[in-house]
Design a protein around this ligand. Structure first.
Ligand code: NAD
Length: 259
């Protein structure tokens, strides 16, 4: 039922050329949705077009208002409207104590993770309201959007902020049949978490294996998360099965204890 609900849905995914976004985009496409993505990585975009010619693409930075305007023009033209937006683009930001963080690094993290989501969502709301049949917006936060984490203040602040944005927009958009939810993954297998683990191991002067073991031990299910777990939850939330779910921050993290 969940997969059948996706047939012919018009879906936009930000940062869909690699990582979790690529798995989300391809999962929707495999379920029969029409998918348009953006990314800043030229080579990854070309590779995705080669492997998945059914997915259309824009070269766009979500933090640049003019790029986002063009991205949604492309999306509206390619898809003929919009049913689902997945705001996936996000950067890790600096790994350092708050007093040492450069203002530019702080701003860049907030620009991509928070303002990028805001900009894309504004365009999506207009398209969803034009369609007149509601829709679904999913913001990729993180389980650190539900707790604190040392040396990662800009990232953590941006992911908490996304939950505030989600809850506020859900109240505004619910009367139009538009649902807004945040997804909060734990450590997801892939290049990004490899980089984060390497940075943490170097900054603490411990081995990579120790960092991995501690992170896995910190979850009740003793596990990392697969990007497919994240995609599955998003498809569920966007399907009829999730029709009464809005304004929520849903963790997929093997149960890390937080608020
Ligand atoms: N990887 C994890 O463990 C994890 C955990 C929780 C939440 N998340 C969140 O999931 C999302 C995806 O994470 P990921 O691990 O796949 O990331 P990633 O670092 O692997 O990047 C994925 C893609 O984002 C693109 N991108 C970067 N900046 C962009 C911008 N300004 N505009 C458009 N595209 C841009 C990159 O080119 C890349 O193709 C992020 O929001 C991240 O914060 C990740």
């Amino acid at each position: 039922m969940i997969l059948e609900d996706m047939v012919d849905k018009r879906v936009v995914v930000t940062a869909g050329a690699s990582g979790i976004g690529k798995v989300i985009a391809t999962r929707f496409a495999e379920a029969g949705a029409k998918v348009h993505i953006c990314d800043v990585a030229v080579e990854q975009l070309a590779a995705l077009r080669e492997s998945h010619p059914e997915i259309t693409t824009s070269l766009a930075d979500v933090s640049a208002p003019e790029d986002v305007r063009r991205f949604f023009e492309d999306a509206a033209q390619s898809l003929g409207g919009l049913d689902i937006l997945v705001n996936n683009a996000g950067i890790a930001g600096p790994d350092m104590n708050t007093e040492d963080i450069d203002y530019d690094a702080w701003s860049r993290t907030l620009d991509v993770n928070l303002s990028g989501t805001f900009l894309c969502t504004q365009h999506a709301i207009r398209l969803l309201k034009q369609g007149g049949i509601g829709g679904s917006i999913v913001n990729i936060s993180s389980n650190v959007g539900l707790m604190g984490l040392q040396r990662r203040a800009p990232y953590v602040a941006s992911k908490w902020a996304l939950i505030g944005l989600t809850r506020s927009m859900s109240l505004e958009l619910g009367p139009f049949g538009i649902r807004v939810n945040a997804i909060c993954p734990g450590d997801v297998e892939g290049e990004r978490i490899d980089r984060v683990i390497r940075m943490e191991a170097e900054s603490r002067g411990v081995s990579r294996d120790q960092v991995v073991a501690e992170r896995v031990e910190g979850t009740a299910l003793r596990t990392f998360i697969s990007p497919h777990d994240v995609a599955a939850l998003i498809l569920f939330v966007c399907s009829e099965a999730g029709a009464r779910i809005s304004g929520q921050a849903l963790a997929v993290d093997g149960h890390v204890e937080h608020l």
